[in-house]
Design a protein around this ligand. Structure first.
Ligand SMILES: Nc1ncnc2c1ncn2[C@@H]1O[C@H](COP(=O)(O)OP(=O)(O)OP(=O)(O)O)[C@@H](O)[C@H]1O
Ligand SMILES: [Mg+2]
Length: 417
C-alpha cells in the first residue's frame, strides 16, 4: 500500500521524514509475523501504529487486544495473559481463559512492556519462541498462534541493564524496532495536526472555525510538546470549545500550555522531570496520616457539639472548623456553601421547631463529613485532580501524586476512573 493511502486509511496526519519512515517500517513488517517493539514518548502514536500493523497483516480478521502491562497487578497478570485452572490460587473459583487463548490467530498489543514482571517475561519468551504456554496452576502445555506487538515509553534496555527486563526477551521482541518520533522532532507536522484537530472539533461541537495569528503559529510550532500528539489534540479540543475570540493570539495560546513550560520556546524534555518514585505504601501512610489528623479534629468537634447540647454559640466555630477540615482534605465542589452556618428557615409545617431542624442539620453534616473522609473517595478525587491538572498525562500525574506510574494505572483501573 502507498504511504499516502495508509495515512488516509488510518487518519494519520503529518508528512515529516521521520513519520514517513515509521509508516514505511510498519508497512513492511505488517505482513510478517515478526514481533515489533514500538518505542516512543507518551502520546506520540504508539497505539495507532499497533493498529496499523495488525490491520495490514493477514491476521486482520483475527482478534486484536491491547493489554496494558503497567495496569495489571503483578499477582494477576499471568492469569490474565495465560489463564488459570480452577483453584489455581485463593479466589480462583472457576477456570479462566487467558488472552493468549482467546486471541489465538490474532494480535496482542502489550503496552508498557517494561512494566511486565520477570516471571511473566519468562512465560512470554516461551510463547514467542515455541507458541507454547501453561496456564497458572496447570501442568498441561497449550499451543497458540499469536502475534505480539509491544510498546514502551521508557528505554527497555535500561531495564535490561538493571536486571528488571530479560535480555533474551528484549532481543526477541526488538527484532524490528519501530521508533515513533516525538512531536518536537517533526515540527513541520505540528500545524498540520493542529488544523486537522481544530477543524474536527469545531465540526463536532458546532463552534466557529479557529485560526492562529502569526505569533500563535510560532508558539505552537516551537513548543516542545512533552505530551506529544495527545497533548496537541487536547489543546485543540479546549480551544475549539472555550475560546470566544476565534483568532487565537500567541498570548492566548500560552495560557493553554502548562506554566512550567510556557514562555520558554526551548524544547523541554520529559526526562528532566524529577524522578520520585514512592512506593504505594508511602502514599498509603500519607493518606492514613492525614485521615488520622482529620479524625482527631472531628472527634474534638463532635465532643464539643455534644458538650454544648447540639446548637450553641460555638456553632459558628464548628462550622468554621468543618470548613477548614474540608479545605484541608480538598473536597470537590464548594464546601463553604454546604457548611456555612445558616439560621434554620422554617418553610415546612414543622411549626418553628428549631431544635428539630438544628438536630437534623447536625446529623446531616456529620454524615457528610464521614462520607467524604472515605479513603477511596479521597484517593480517587486526588487522582482525578492530578490527571486533570496534567491533562491526562499519567506520568506527570503519578509524579505529582508521589506514586509510580504502575500504581497509578492500577488505581485508575481499580477505582474505575
Ligand atoms: N500522526 C497522527 N495523526 C493523527 N492523530 C494521531 C497521530 N499520532 C497520534 N495521534 C492521536 O494522538 C493520540 C495519542 O496516540 P496514541 O494513543 O497512539 O499514543 P501512545 O504513544 O500510545 O501514548 P501513551 O504512551 O500515552 O499510551 C490518539 O488520539 C491518536 O489518535
Ligand atoms: Mg498508548
Amino acid at each position: 500500500m502507498e504511504i499516502q493511502e495508509i495515512k488516509q486509511r488510518f487518519g494519520i496526519i503529518g508528512n515529516s521524514p521521520l513519520l514517513n519512515r515509521a509508516i514505511n517500517i510498519a508497512n513492511q513488517v505488517a505482513p510478517t509475523d515478526i514481533s515489533v517493539l514500538i518505542t516512543g514518548e507518551s502520546g506520540s502514536g504508539k497505539e495507532v501504529f499497533s493498529h496499523i500493523i495488525h490491520q495490514m497483516s493477514p491476521r486482520k480478521h483475527g482478534a486484536f487486544i491491547a493489554v496494558n502491562c503497567g495496569a495489571i497487578p503483578e499477582g494477576t497478570i499471568d492469569s490474565e495473559l495465560f489463564g488459570h485452572e480452577k483453584g489455581a490460587y485463593t479466589g480462583a473459583v472457576g477456570e479462566r481463559k487467558g488472552y493468549f487463548e482467546t486471541v489465538n490467530g490474532g494480535t496482542i498489543f502489550l503496552d508498557e512492556i517494561a512494566e511486565m514482571p520477570l516471571g511473566t517475561q519468562a512465560r512470554l519468551l516461551r510463547v514467542l519462541e515455541s507458541g507454547q504456554y501453561i496456564k497458572v496452576g496447570s501442568s498441561k502445555v497449550e499451543k497458540t498462534n499469536v502475534r505480539v506487538i509491544a510498546a514502551t515509553n521508557v528505554d527497555v534496555y535500561d531495564a535490561v541493564k538493571s536486571g528488571k527486563f530479560r535480555e533474551d526477551l528484549y532481543y526477541r521482541l526488538n527484532t524490528v524496532p519501530l521508533k515513533i518520533p516525538p512531536l518536537r522532532d517533526r515540527k513541520e507536522d505540528v500545524y498540520l495536526l493542529f488544523r486537522k484537530f481544530t477543524s474536527d472539533f469545531t465540526d463536532k461541537y458546532r463552534t466557529p472555525p479557529i485560526q492562529l495569528d502569526e505569533e500563535a503559529q510560532q508558539v505552537l510550532v516551537n513548543y516542545s510538546w512533552p505530551g506529544n500528539v495527545r497533548q496537541l489534540k487536547n489543546m485543540a479540543e479546549q480551544l475549539a470549545v472555550l475560546e470566544r475570540d476565534r483568532i487565537i493570539t500567541g498570548q492566548t495560546l500560552l495560557t493553554y500550555i502548562p506554566h512550567e513550560a510556557s514562555g520558554r520556546n526551548l524544547p523541554m524534555r520529559l526526562d528532566n522531570q524529577p524522578k520520585e518514585d514512592f512506593s504505594e505504601r508511602d502514599i498509603l501512610y500519607k493518606v492514613l496520616f492525614d485521615m488520622k489528623r482529620d479524625m482527631v479534629e472531628l472527634k474534638k468537634l463532635v465532643a464539643d457539639i455534644i458538650e454544648h447540647g447540639g446548637v450553641s454559640a460555638n456553632y459558628a466555630n464548628h462550622s468554621q472548623t468543618i470548613n477548614q477540615l474540608y479545605r484541608d482534605i480538598e473536597l470537590p465542589g464548594n464546601p463553604e456553601a454546604q457548611f456555612t452556618l445558616q439560621q434554620p428557615v422554617n418553610t415546612n409545617n414543622n411549626g418553628g421547631n428549631n431544635t428539630g431542624n438544628d438536630a437534623y442539620n447536625i446529623t446531616h453534616e456529620a454524615e457528610e463529613v464521614e462520607e467524604s473522609l472515605s479513603l477511596i473517595e479521597k484517593e480517587s478525587d486526588l487522582i482525578r485532580k492530578a490527571l486533570k491538572k496534567h491533562k491526562g498525562k499519567r506520568k506527570l500525574a503519578a509524579n505529582e501524586l508521589g506514586i509510580s506510574e504502575r500504581t497509578l494505572y492500577r488505581k485508575i483501573k481499580e477505582l474505575n476512573l
